[in-house]
Design a binder for this molecule. Sequence first.
Ligand code: KIV
Length: 276
Amino acid sequence: MTWLTCYDYSLATVLNNTDLDMILVGDSGGMVVLGYPDTVPVSMNEMVILSSAVRRGAPDKFIVGDMPKGSYEVSNEVAVFNAMRFVKESGCDAVKLEGGAVMAPRVKAIADAGIPVIGHIGLTPQSSAAFGGYRVVGRNSRELEDLKNSIEELSEAGAFAILLEAIPPSIAQQLKDTSQTILFGIGAGIHTHGQLLIIHDLLGLYPDFRPKFAKCFIPEVIDEFSQSLKANEDVSLFGKTTRKDGIHEISRLAVDEFIRQVKLGLFPDSSYSYKD
Ligand code: KIV
């Protein structure tokens, strides 16, 4: 399965016309769109604005709203209230929240309110300060047991899928082999059931920080794009009879290439995965 982040109307229209399975309106939008240094300051109101725009651009896609820091930790009531905002104000289909077994009661409360929930474990950027910064998780036996336990508790609580972030591929494989839950990965190697990528990484749009797993797909589609421009000899038609002359079209090609490589098991290869 293929999953990409998105935070605005125009790129959402690109995604709506592809075979992508799901969209995440991630709180990473706080960094790549709003320019915050990390995801901590992102507010619920900002997430509602971003996810509403994505819904307008991608009416046909399954959209997951990412619950920002402070919108779910305090109590089950606060968590359900804010999850409901994603559904009612933005038209999201599901929500995602960060945290392991300790967040199981929040997941249960949201799922019981009729909102599909995805868990997010491994590297959890909202609380990275408490866990020694942005780092790979699961290499020691205590962390591996924690991950297994979290998958069990979050699934039991009602999470319909779990995202693994920054986990060595062989550990992600063990987690898959020992659970029945749908596991997505970002920086978790090739073995998960689905892959998530930040769209600004896929397009090479965010220069500040590029983690190991962040593959830019533009170099692999640039030839195809320039061939299609050359095939259209009359440049005065660009933007008139064809709109396939710019960023929208090259983004579509890059997204299609991401989908193709994930489906064929070509991405992420070892150069975009952490070492075991
Ligand atoms: O906000 C986001 O895009 C995320 C990914 C980094 C997993 O949660």
